[in-house]
Design a protein around this ligand. Sequence first.
Ligand code: CAA
Length: 304
Amino acid sequence: MVFSHGIRTLGVLGAGQMGLGIAYVAAVKAKVPVLLYDRSEVQLKKGMAFMDKLLTKDVSKGKLSEVDAKDAKDRVTVIATERGIKGFGEVDMVVEAASENVDIKTSLFRTLAAELRQDVILATNTSSISITKIAAAAIPDGIAPTSAEGKASASRVVGLHFFNPVPVMKLVELIPSLQTSQNTLDKARAFALACEKEVTVSQDVPGFVSNALLMPFINEAIMCLEKGTATRDDIDKTLRLGMNHPMGPLQLADFIGLDTCLAIQQTLFQGTGDSKYRPSVLLERMVDAQWLGKKNGKGFYEYD
Ligand code: CAA
């Protein structure tokens, strides 16, 4: 079956909280078959168990019928880890949601470009890394970036930034690189709309719009805690009750992952040289301690 966005099968690279959420909205909302790959079998198992839990919850709340939940589940196929990225086979688009690390992402895009057809859209869910740099990595070795082949290879890469929890948050940020073609942008936008998301467009600057605004806010809250301006609970309560934020900034940092917050802040600081983006020492120390937030049980708060 061909859908209006032209994506007959989607590949999702990474089965962490973001990748799983993207697989979920693709299967449930856009009704697109999904191939899910992660280099960790444990992560894949955890991801699929979470998918089952979400589908069961949606059925029990009357948001999905049992038949629709089963159809959605059947749309998601896990690729055996030993097959690697080759397992994506004939997908029309891949959304990459691996760790927020420039070396990991550029290396993955090099492999994706080498293994997949030239017309496959390659989207990255990066929160802050240059899409232009990731696109340049998708040009095969020995091909000039300014040649027709070099331009075509890079033109299929685009930023498609989802928000956590993906099934709940209504926004997707669409980020063209210097090289992205209009066709790539149109298809990526159509896919996000099919996932029932609203789309905003941001230029390819460090952190795009979302994290250029959110990360200094979170960092300032951590500095308030560091300086003893107020207690953890009072900082979060101030923003929750005073400004109607659903979560305070310290709880939100835990929810995003302190390692991810630090990685984004480092990208912002290095990419702009602006001291307003310098990560707080407390955040660095907490990541040194491997206190990563909700995902591993301890951040500013404790989790079961
Ligand atoms: N997956 C799927 N659904 C989830 C979920 C998850 N992980 N967590 C909560 N939900 C659903 C619940 O099932 C519930 O659905 P119903 O309304 O159908 O019952 C709904 O969300 C509300 O959940 P709860 O009642 O349990 O809790 P809540 O009202 O406190 O909402 C929240 C939870 C939606 C996470 C809310 O606290 C919130 O919006 N927090 C802010 C989240 C945010 O800012 N995210 C962006 C982070 S930045 C980012 O992702 C990008 C980046 O680059 C860093």
